[in-house]
Design a protein around this ligand. Structure first.
Ligand code: FAD
Length: 326
């Protein structure tokens, strides 16, 4: 069949832009590994839907005690192989010796992963307090240091690695806690001290725990800057549409969900209204942190894209220029 003459073809739908506009705040998402990465159509549908928003990166969680070590790696690998996304692999120190962590890092690097989120991790379920492995790493800062040392050793022993490292530098993110870390019982001041340690060890930027008022984030940043923390701190946020999800997040993170938010959602007449109210609440929070100078937003998705995308529609990041330092 010959091509139709010019002017008689149907108009194509406008093509999605090939990449994100450079002049917008950063956008990133958190995913968790499904049980079977090759048989998880819903997660994959979410990955594809999020990819269409051209995020700066997606981060992939890592379960306590290395429970999801294999699946985390499988999801990160598949994202690298099959998508245009840049994955950040979470790593923890829980229940793992220093040598085991080094092996895992080596495996990720061999696959081409160049970005990590270095965490100490929480105690495995059932354990009351966090105890480092007898030969393990005590803090996230020690993990950052190990990542930097492994990379330096690889570059020192292989000129090819050294060139690749220049082209694609290793980047290391860490966690920050707007109202202290409820799980470890630490205060904001203690966590800012830990953040300084992570920066000294070579962290490039931080992502915060979830929070529900812009001041929690803005005060953390202000105090961290006064203490000498210079790395960017990206606010980690939820699309606050689902009360059950919020309560589960509270259980996991120890961050209380404001009663007013639960009442706002609970008093909605129907599901659609609850969704609208949740998106409006989250959009106001995003506006608050971006207006206060946040470099971008990191959305906890729980592997569901719908609410995250509705939130992005509501905040329209492309209408917001890249934040500038004063
Ligand atoms: P650290 O920075 O090592 O801090 C741990 C505790 O030690 C804190 O109480 C801190 O105040 C204290 N501390 C650190 N250094 C010092 C010091 N020099 N002196 C005194 N006290 C110190 N958990 C998972 O298991 N898997 C995940 O994938 C995961 N992803 C996460 C992603 C984000 C963005 C966030 C915010 C958290 C995530 N967590 C995850 C949870 C995290 O691992 C826990 O909250 C953990 O309790 C703290 O980790 P950390 O990296 O902040 O540790």
């Amino acid at each position: 069949m010959s091509e139709p003459a010019l002017g008689t073809t149907q108009r194509l739908a406008p093509a999605a832009p090939l990449r994100a506009p450079a002049d917008r705040p950063t956008l990133s998402f958190e995913l968790f590994p499904p049980r079977d990465v090759d048989n998880a159509p819903r997660t994959w549908q979410t990955v594809r839907a999020l990819e269409a928003t051209h995020p700066d990166f997606v981060s992939v969680t890592y379960g306590a005690s290395g429970r999801t070590r294999t699946t985390s790696r499988a999801l990160v690998s598949r994202i690298l192989r099959e998508t245009t996304l840049t994955p950040i692999a979470h790593l923890t120190c829980v229940g793992t010796s220093r040598d085991e962590v080094a092996t895992i890092v080596g495996e990720f690097l061999d696959e081409g992963v160049r970005s990590f989120l270095a965490l100490r991790g929480d105690p495995p379920s059932g354990a009351e307090t966090w105890q480092p492995h007898p030969d393990g790493l005590p803090t996230a800062a020690a993990l950052v240091e190990l990542l930097r040392r492994i990379e330096a050793d690889r570059c020192a022993t292989s000129p090819a690695q050294a060139v690749r490292a220049r082209v694609k530098p290793l980047s290391v993110a860490v966690a920050a806690f707007p109202r202290g870390n409820a799980v470890t019982g630490s205060t904001r001041a203690q966590d800012i001290q830990a953040l300084l340690d992570k920066q000294r060890a070579g962290a490039d930027f931080a992502i915060t725990q979830v929070f529900y008022d812009a001041d929690a984030y803005l005060d953390l940043v202000a105090e961290a800057r006064l203490a000498g923390v210079a790395i960017p701190i990206i606010p980690g946020l939820l699309a606050t549409t689902d009360p059950a999800r919020l309560l589960r997040t509270q259980e996991l993170t120890g961050v209380p969900v404001p009663r007013e938010l639960l009442e706002l959602l609970g008093s909605a007449d129907d599901e659609a209204e609850r969704h609208r109210r949740g998106i409006r609440f989250a959009a106001d929070l995003v506006a608050g942190v971006l207006d206060g100078g946040a470099p971008g937003i990191h959305l906890y998705t729980f592997n569901r894209h719908e609410a995250a995308l509705d939130l992005l529609d509501a905040v329209d990041l492309t209408s917001r220029p890249t934040p500038r330092n004063p």
